[in-house]
Design a protein around this ligand. Structure first.
Ligand code: CS2
Ligand code: MG
Length: 402
Protein backbone atom coordinates (compact mmCIF):
# COMPACT_ATOMS: atom_id res chain seq x y z
CA UNK A 1 0.00 0.00 0.00
CA UNK A 2 1.31 3.45 -0.93
CA UNK A 3 0.58 7.12 -0.48
CA UNK A 4 0.07 8.49 -4.01
CA UNK A 5 -0.69 12.14 -3.27
CA UNK A 6 -1.46 14.59 -0.50
CA UNK A 7 -2.98 18.04 -0.66
CA UNK A 8 -3.37 20.94 1.72
CA UNK A 9 -6.80 22.59 1.70
CA UNK A 10 -7.22 26.07 3.18
CA UNK A 11 -10.76 27.28 3.78
CA UNK A 12 -12.49 30.02 5.79
CA UNK A 13 -16.12 29.09 6.52
CA UNK A 14 -16.36 31.75 9.25
CA UNK A 15 -12.74 31.21 10.35
CA UNK A 16 -9.60 29.74 8.76
CA UNK A 17 -8.83 26.02 8.73
CA UNK A 18 -5.92 24.11 7.21
CA UNK A 19 -6.65 20.48 6.30
CA UNK A 20 -4.42 17.75 4.92
CA UNK A 21 -5.93 15.04 2.71
CA UNK A 22 -3.76 11.98 2.03
CA UNK A 23 -4.70 9.68 -0.88
CA UNK A 24 -3.60 6.06 -1.26
CA UNK A 25 -3.27 3.67 -4.19
CA UNK A 26 -6.18 1.67 -2.77
CA UNK A 27 -8.65 4.52 -3.04
CA UNK A 28 -8.85 5.02 0.75
CA UNK A 29 -8.04 8.54 1.92
CA UNK A 30 -7.44 10.16 5.30
CA UNK A 31 -8.03 13.68 6.64
CA UNK A 32 -5.94 15.60 9.20
CA UNK A 33 -6.22 19.08 10.76
CA UNK A 34 -3.17 21.41 10.62
CA UNK A 35 -4.76 24.68 11.74
CA UNK A 36 -2.64 27.15 13.74
CA UNK A 37 -4.75 30.15 14.65
CA UNK A 38 -3.36 33.36 13.12
CA UNK A 39 -0.28 31.58 11.66
CA UNK A 40 -2.07 29.26 9.22
CA UNK A 41 0.19 29.79 6.23
CA UNK A 42 3.35 28.80 8.09
CA UNK A 43 1.97 25.27 8.49
CA UNK A 44 0.71 25.23 4.88
CA UNK A 45 4.26 25.97 3.64
CA UNK A 46 5.81 23.43 6.03
CA UNK A 47 3.48 20.72 4.77
CA UNK A 48 3.52 21.57 1.07
CA UNK A 49 7.24 22.28 0.75
CA UNK A 50 8.80 19.93 3.29
CA UNK A 51 6.42 17.10 4.23
CA UNK A 52 4.18 16.15 1.28
CA UNK A 53 7.10 15.42 -1.11
CA UNK A 54 8.56 12.94 1.45
CA UNK A 55 5.24 11.15 1.94
CA UNK A 56 4.74 10.11 -1.68
CA UNK A 57 5.45 6.40 -2.06
CA UNK A 58 5.47 5.70 1.71
CA UNK A 59 3.34 2.91 3.19
CA UNK A 60 0.49 4.71 5.06
CA UNK A 61 0.11 1.76 7.43
CA UNK A 62 3.48 2.58 9.04
CA UNK A 63 2.06 5.33 11.27
CA UNK A 64 4.71 5.11 13.99
CA UNK A 65 7.61 5.01 11.56
CA UNK A 66 6.28 8.00 9.59
CA UNK A 67 5.81 9.91 12.87
CA UNK A 68 9.44 9.21 13.85
CA UNK A 69 10.61 10.08 10.33
CA UNK A 70 8.95 13.49 10.51
CA UNK A 71 10.05 14.17 14.11
CA UNK A 72 13.59 12.81 14.24
CA UNK A 73 14.20 13.21 10.53
CA UNK A 74 13.56 16.95 10.48
CA UNK A 75 16.48 17.50 12.90
CA UNK A 76 14.63 20.68 14.01
CA UNK A 77 12.34 19.21 16.63
CA UNK A 78 9.17 20.30 18.42
CA UNK A 79 7.50 23.70 18.09
CA UNK A 80 3.93 24.60 17.10
CA UNK A 81 4.48 24.52 13.32
CA UNK A 82 6.36 21.21 13.12
CA UNK A 83 4.08 19.43 15.58
CA UNK A 84 0.91 20.58 13.79
CA UNK A 85 2.28 19.34 10.47
CA UNK A 86 3.14 15.99 12.08
CA UNK A 87 -0.30 15.88 13.72
CA UNK A 88 -2.05 16.42 10.38
CA UNK A 89 -0.17 13.50 8.80
CA UNK A 90 -0.65 11.29 11.86
CA UNK A 91 -4.41 11.88 12.09
CA UNK A 92 -4.86 11.29 8.35
CA UNK A 93 -2.95 7.99 8.68
CA UNK A 94 -5.02 6.83 11.69
CA UNK A 95 -8.12 7.72 9.66
CA UNK A 96 -6.85 5.54 6.80
CA UNK A 97 -5.92 2.65 9.11
CA UNK A 98 -9.29 2.70 10.85
CA UNK A 99 -11.12 2.84 7.51
CA UNK A 100 -9.05 -0.13 6.27
CA UNK A 101 -9.90 -2.03 9.47
CA UNK A 102 -13.55 -1.02 8.99
CA UNK A 103 -13.61 0.27 12.58
CA UNK A 104 -14.29 3.58 14.28
CA UNK A 105 -10.95 4.93 15.53
CA UNK A 106 -11.70 4.42 19.24
CA UNK A 107 -11.90 0.66 18.62
CA UNK A 108 -8.36 0.64 17.21
CA UNK A 109 -7.10 2.60 20.23
CA UNK A 110 -8.37 -0.04 22.62
CA UNK A 111 -12.13 0.32 22.69
CA UNK A 112 -14.68 2.20 24.71
CA UNK A 113 -13.93 3.33 28.28
CA UNK A 114 -17.10 5.42 28.69
CA UNK A 115 -20.46 6.11 27.10
CA UNK A 116 -20.37 9.88 26.59
CA UNK A 117 -17.76 12.64 26.70
CA UNK A 118 -18.50 15.37 29.25
CA UNK A 119 -17.86 18.74 27.64
CA UNK A 120 -17.71 22.31 28.91
CA UNK A 121 -19.17 25.25 27.06
CA UNK A 122 -18.09 28.91 27.10
CA UNK A 123 -20.35 31.36 28.95
CA UNK A 124 -19.34 34.98 28.86
CA UNK A 125 -20.73 38.46 29.32
CA UNK A 126 -19.59 42.02 29.57
CA UNK A 127 -20.23 41.99 33.35
CA UNK A 128 -21.21 39.59 36.14
CA UNK A 129 -24.95 39.90 35.47
CA UNK A 130 -24.54 39.02 31.79
CA UNK A 131 -22.21 36.10 32.51
CA UNK A 132 -24.60 34.74 35.14
CA UNK A 133 -27.34 34.89 32.53
CA UNK A 134 -25.15 33.11 29.94
CA UNK A 135 -24.28 30.34 32.43
CA UNK A 136 -28.02 29.86 32.95
CA UNK A 137 -28.49 29.45 29.20
CA UNK A 138 -25.85 26.70 29.12
CA UNK A 139 -27.51 24.95 32.06
CA UNK A 140 -30.79 25.11 30.10
CA UNK A 141 -29.02 23.58 27.10
CA UNK A 142 -28.08 20.61 29.30
CA UNK A 143 -24.40 21.38 29.93
CA UNK A 144 -22.96 19.86 33.11
CA UNK A 145 -19.80 21.97 32.98
CA UNK A 146 -19.42 25.61 32.02
CA UNK A 147 -16.46 27.93 31.71
CA UNK A 148 -17.37 31.42 32.96
CA UNK A 149 -15.52 34.56 31.81
CA UNK A 150 -16.62 38.10 32.53
CA UNK A 151 -15.71 41.55 31.32
CA UNK A 152 -14.13 43.57 34.12
CA UNK A 153 -15.12 47.22 34.72
CA UNK A 154 -12.27 49.44 33.51
CA UNK A 155 -10.62 46.79 31.30
CA UNK A 156 -11.03 47.18 27.53
CA UNK A 157 -12.15 43.87 25.96
CA UNK A 158 -11.15 41.45 28.72
CA UNK A 159 -10.13 37.96 27.54
CA UNK A 160 -12.91 35.52 26.75
CA UNK A 161 -15.78 37.96 26.29
CA UNK A 162 -17.44 37.63 22.91
CA UNK A 163 -19.92 39.75 21.07
CA UNK A 164 -22.72 37.21 21.37
CA UNK A 165 -23.31 35.36 24.63
CA UNK A 166 -23.21 31.85 23.20
CA UNK A 167 -20.52 32.31 20.58
CA UNK A 168 -17.03 33.69 20.91
CA UNK A 169 -14.34 33.91 18.24
CA UNK A 170 -11.11 35.61 19.35
CA UNK A 171 -9.36 35.74 15.93
CA UNK A 172 -11.57 38.43 14.50
CA UNK A 173 -9.40 41.13 12.90
CA UNK A 174 -7.23 41.46 9.76
CA UNK A 175 -4.47 42.74 12.06
CA UNK A 176 -4.28 42.10 15.82
CA UNK A 177 -6.63 44.36 17.77
CA UNK A 178 -5.42 45.84 21.06
CA UNK A 179 -7.16 44.77 24.25
CA UNK A 180 -6.46 45.88 27.82
CA UNK A 181 -5.48 44.22 31.08
CA UNK A 182 -5.26 45.20 34.74
CA UNK A 183 -4.63 42.43 37.26
CA UNK A 184 -5.78 44.37 40.31
CA UNK A 185 -9.16 45.09 38.73
CA UNK A 186 -9.56 41.46 37.67
CA UNK A 187 -8.63 40.15 41.13
CA UNK A 188 -11.24 42.40 42.68
CA UNK A 189 -13.97 41.30 40.29
CA UNK A 190 -13.57 37.66 39.16
CA UNK A 191 -14.15 36.03 42.60
CA UNK A 192 -17.47 37.93 42.85
CA UNK A 193 -18.58 36.25 39.62
CA UNK A 194 -18.08 32.80 41.12
CA UNK A 195 -19.66 33.78 44.42
CA UNK A 196 -22.75 34.94 42.51
CA UNK A 197 -22.82 31.82 40.31
CA UNK A 198 -22.71 29.51 43.34
CA UNK A 199 -25.40 31.60 45.12
CA UNK A 200 -27.73 31.31 42.14
CA UNK A 201 -27.00 27.88 40.66
CA UNK A 202 -25.61 26.05 43.70
CA UNK A 203 -22.77 23.54 43.58
CA UNK A 204 -24.31 21.21 40.96
CA UNK A 205 -22.77 22.55 37.74
CA UNK A 206 -19.03 22.24 37.24
CA UNK A 207 -17.53 25.71 36.82
CA UNK A 208 -14.23 26.50 35.08
CA UNK A 209 -12.22 29.67 34.53
CA UNK A 210 -9.35 30.59 32.20
CA UNK A 211 -6.69 33.04 33.45
CA UNK A 212 -5.14 33.02 29.96
CA UNK A 213 -1.55 33.50 31.18
CA UNK A 214 -2.31 36.92 32.70
CA UNK A 215 -1.24 36.60 36.36
CA UNK A 216 2.18 36.49 38.00
CA UNK A 217 2.76 33.41 40.20
CA UNK A 218 1.92 35.35 43.38
CA UNK A 219 -1.23 36.84 41.82
CA UNK A 220 -2.16 33.42 40.47
CA UNK A 221 -1.83 31.90 43.94
CA UNK A 222 -3.99 34.70 45.31
CA UNK A 223 -6.71 34.11 42.70
CA UNK A 224 -6.62 30.32 43.19
CA UNK A 225 -6.98 30.84 46.95
CA UNK A 226 -9.82 33.34 46.62
CA UNK A 227 -11.70 30.96 44.30
CA UNK A 228 -11.36 27.97 46.65
CA UNK A 229 -14.76 28.37 48.33
CA UNK A 230 -16.50 28.06 44.94
CA UNK A 231 -14.92 24.66 44.17
CA UNK A 232 -13.97 25.13 40.54
CA UNK A 233 -13.54 22.13 38.25
CA UNK A 234 -10.34 23.88 37.17
CA UNK A 235 -8.49 27.15 36.91
CA UNK A 236 -6.69 27.23 33.58
CA UNK A 237 -3.42 28.85 32.44
CA UNK A 238 -3.40 31.05 35.51
CA UNK A 239 0.26 31.96 34.95
CA UNK A 240 2.50 31.37 31.91
CA UNK A 241 4.04 27.89 31.91
CA UNK A 242 7.49 28.68 30.55
CA UNK A 243 8.83 28.76 34.11
CA UNK A 244 7.17 25.73 35.59
CA UNK A 245 8.71 26.23 39.05
CA UNK A 246 6.13 29.01 39.38
CA UNK A 247 3.38 26.45 39.85
CA UNK A 248 4.93 25.35 43.15
CA UNK A 249 4.01 28.71 44.64
CA UNK A 250 0.38 28.34 43.50
CA UNK A 251 0.19 24.79 44.90
CA UNK A 252 1.57 25.91 48.27
CA UNK A 253 -1.35 28.28 48.72
CA UNK A 254 -4.35 26.63 47.15
CA UNK A 255 -6.08 23.35 46.35
CA UNK A 256 -8.02 24.80 43.40
CA UNK A 257 -7.41 22.29 40.55
CA UNK A 258 -5.09 23.58 37.85
CA UNK A 259 -5.14 22.96 34.09
CA UNK A 260 -2.37 23.80 31.62
CA UNK A 261 -1.23 22.75 28.16
CA UNK A 262 -3.21 24.19 25.24
CA UNK A 263 -0.03 25.80 23.90
CA UNK A 264 2.23 22.81 24.65
CA UNK A 265 3.43 20.80 21.66
CA UNK A 266 5.15 17.75 23.12
CA UNK A 267 5.47 15.52 26.15
CA UNK A 268 8.64 17.46 27.00
CA UNK A 269 6.63 20.63 27.65
CA UNK A 270 4.30 18.76 29.99
CA UNK A 271 6.71 16.35 31.68
CA UNK A 272 7.85 18.40 34.69
CA UNK A 273 4.42 19.79 35.54
CA UNK A 274 3.00 16.26 35.46
CA UNK A 275 5.83 14.50 37.30
CA UNK A 276 5.97 17.15 40.01
CA UNK A 277 2.19 16.93 40.41
CA UNK A 278 1.81 20.66 39.84
CA UNK A 279 -1.29 20.33 37.64
CA UNK A 280 -4.47 18.27 37.69
CA UNK A 281 -5.49 18.41 34.01
CA UNK A 282 -3.37 18.38 30.88
CA UNK A 283 -4.87 20.45 28.03
CA UNK A 284 -2.84 19.26 25.02
CA UNK A 285 -4.92 18.16 22.08
CA UNK A 286 -4.57 16.23 18.84
CA UNK A 287 -3.64 19.04 16.42
CA UNK A 288 -1.18 20.93 18.62
CA UNK A 289 0.69 17.99 20.13
CA UNK A 290 1.67 15.67 17.30
CA UNK A 291 -1.56 13.76 16.69
CA UNK A 292 -2.98 10.61 18.24
CA UNK A 293 0.42 8.90 18.36
CA UNK A 294 1.98 11.55 20.59
CA UNK A 295 -1.06 12.59 22.64
CA UNK A 296 -1.39 8.97 23.72
CA UNK A 297 2.11 9.12 25.21
CA UNK A 298 1.28 12.34 27.09
CA UNK A 299 -1.94 10.84 28.46
CA UNK A 300 -0.13 7.69 29.60
CA UNK A 301 2.53 9.73 31.43
CA UNK A 302 -0.22 11.83 33.02
CA UNK A 303 -2.07 8.70 34.17
CA UNK A 304 0.92 7.66 36.31
CA UNK A 305 0.36 10.82 38.39
CA UNK A 306 -3.46 10.81 38.35
CA UNK A 307 -3.46 13.82 36.04
CA UNK A 308 -6.49 13.70 33.74
CA UNK A 309 -7.02 14.93 30.20
CA UNK A 310 -8.91 18.10 29.32
CA UNK A 311 -8.35 18.63 25.62
CA UNK A 312 -8.38 22.10 24.15
CA UNK A 313 -11.45 22.45 21.93
CA UNK A 314 -11.79 26.09 20.91
CA UNK A 315 -13.19 26.95 17.46
CA UNK A 316 -9.69 27.09 15.94
CA UNK A 317 -9.46 23.31 16.38
CA UNK A 318 -11.32 22.12 13.30
CA UNK A 319 -14.09 19.50 13.36
CA UNK A 320 -11.36 17.05 12.24
CA UNK A 321 -9.53 17.61 15.54
CA UNK A 322 -12.80 17.56 17.48
CA UNK A 323 -13.89 14.27 15.89
CA UNK A 324 -10.49 12.67 16.48
CA UNK A 325 -10.32 14.00 20.05
CA UNK A 326 -13.72 12.43 20.77
CA UNK A 327 -12.45 9.00 19.70
CA UNK A 328 -9.40 9.59 21.90
CA UNK A 329 -11.61 10.71 24.81
CA UNK A 330 -13.87 7.67 24.35
CA UNK A 331 -10.86 5.41 24.84
CA UNK A 332 -8.40 7.22 27.17
CA UNK A 333 -8.63 5.79 30.71
CA UNK A 334 -7.69 9.03 32.49
CA UNK A 335 -10.25 11.24 30.75
CA UNK A 336 -11.26 14.43 32.57
CA UNK A 337 -13.31 16.70 30.34
CA UNK A 338 -13.38 18.00 26.75
CA UNK A 339 -13.68 21.68 25.81
CA UNK A 340 -16.42 22.30 23.27
CA UNK A 341 -16.90 25.63 21.54
CA UNK A 342 -19.45 25.06 18.85
CA UNK A 343 -18.47 25.75 15.24
CA UNK A 344 -20.60 27.85 12.91
CA UNK A 345 -23.12 26.20 10.60
CA UNK A 346 -20.85 27.02 7.63
CA UNK A 347 -17.93 25.19 9.27
CA UNK A 348 -20.09 22.18 10.13
CA UNK A 349 -21.24 22.02 6.49
CA UNK A 350 -17.67 22.11 5.10
CA UNK A 351 -16.66 19.32 7.51
CA UNK A 352 -19.45 16.69 7.51
CA UNK A 353 -19.08 14.66 10.75
CA UNK A 354 -20.84 11.99 12.71
CA UNK A 355 -20.35 13.23 16.30
CA UNK A 356 -23.30 14.71 18.16
CA UNK A 357 -24.18 16.56 21.37
CA UNK A 358 -26.76 15.38 23.87
CA UNK A 359 -27.37 16.60 27.45
CA UNK A 360 -23.91 18.00 28.15
CA UNK A 361 -22.02 15.21 26.42
CA UNK A 362 -20.56 14.64 22.97
CA UNK A 363 -20.62 11.23 21.33
CA UNK A 364 -18.35 10.05 18.55
CA UNK A 365 -19.98 8.04 15.78
CA UNK A 366 -19.43 4.51 14.52
CA UNK A 367 -18.30 5.38 10.98
CA UNK A 368 -14.98 3.69 10.14
CA UNK A 369 -12.13 6.20 10.65
CA UNK A 370 -12.41 9.34 12.77
CA UNK A 371 -15.77 10.17 11.23
CA UNK A 372 -14.98 13.62 9.78
CA UNK A 373 -14.68 14.47 6.08
CA UNK A 374 -14.18 17.64 4.05
CA UNK A 375 -16.50 18.84 1.27
CA UNK A 376 -13.85 20.24 -1.06
CA UNK A 377 -16.28 22.03 -3.41
CA UNK A 378 -17.88 23.84 -0.51
CA UNK A 379 -14.48 24.55 1.08
CA UNK A 380 -13.37 26.25 -2.16
CA UNK A 381 -16.20 28.76 -1.79
CA UNK A 382 -14.61 30.20 1.37
CA UNK A 383 -11.13 31.54 0.51
CA UNK A 384 -8.52 32.26 3.22
CA UNK A 385 -8.93 35.58 5.06
CA UNK A 386 -6.15 36.91 7.29
CA UNK A 387 -7.44 36.87 10.88
CA UNK A 388 -5.43 37.45 14.02
CA UNK A 389 -5.82 36.96 17.73
CA UNK A 390 -5.70 40.21 19.71
CA UNK A 391 -2.75 41.48 21.71
CA UNK A 392 -3.01 42.85 25.27
CA UNK A 393 -1.49 45.98 26.80
CA UNK A 394 -1.54 47.32 30.36
CA UNK A 395 -3.00 50.77 30.99
CA UNK A 396 0.41 52.44 30.59
CA UNK A 397 0.89 50.76 27.21
CA UNK A 398 3.17 47.91 28.32
CA UNK A 399 2.74 44.74 26.24
CA UNK A 400 1.20 41.91 28.27
CA UNK A 401 0.26 38.30 27.60
CA UNK A 402 -2.93 37.96 25.62
C1 CS2 B 1 -8.64 29.47 24.99
C2 CS2 B 1 -8.68 29.67 23.51
O1 CS2 B 1 -10.10 27.69 24.63
C3 CS2 B 1 -9.35 28.23 25.42
O2 CS2 B 1 -9.16 27.85 26.55
O3 CS2 B 1 -7.51 29.71 25.69
O4 CS2 B 1 -9.74 30.55 23.27
C4 CS2 B 1 -7.43 30.23 22.86
O5 CS2 B 1 -7.26 31.54 23.21
C5 CS2 B 1 -7.53 30.07 21.38
O6 CS2 B 1 -7.74 28.73 21.07
C6 CS2 B 1 -6.29 30.60 20.69
O7 CS2 B 1 -6.26 30.19 19.37
MG1 MG C 1 -7.43 28.50 27.41
Amino acid sequence: MKIISAKVIVTCPGRNFVTLKIMTDQGVYGIGDATMNGREKAVVAYLEDHVVPCLIGMDPRRIEDIWQYLYRGAYWRRGPVTMRAIAAVDVALWDIKAKMANMPLYQLLGGRSRDGIMVYGHANGSDIAETVDAVGQYIDLGYKAIRAQTGVPGIKDAYGVGRGKLFYEPADAALPSVTGWDTRKALNYVPKLFETLRDIYGFGPHLLHDGHHRYTPQEAANLAKMLEPYQLFWLEDVTPAENQEAFKLIRQHSVTPLAVGEIFNTIWDAKDLIQNQLIDYIRCTIVSAGGVTHLRRIADLAALYQVRTGSHGATDLSPVTMGTALHFDTWVPNFGIQEYMRHTEETDAVFPHDYHFDKGELFCGETPGHGVDIDEDLAAKYPYKPAYLPVARLEDGTMWNW
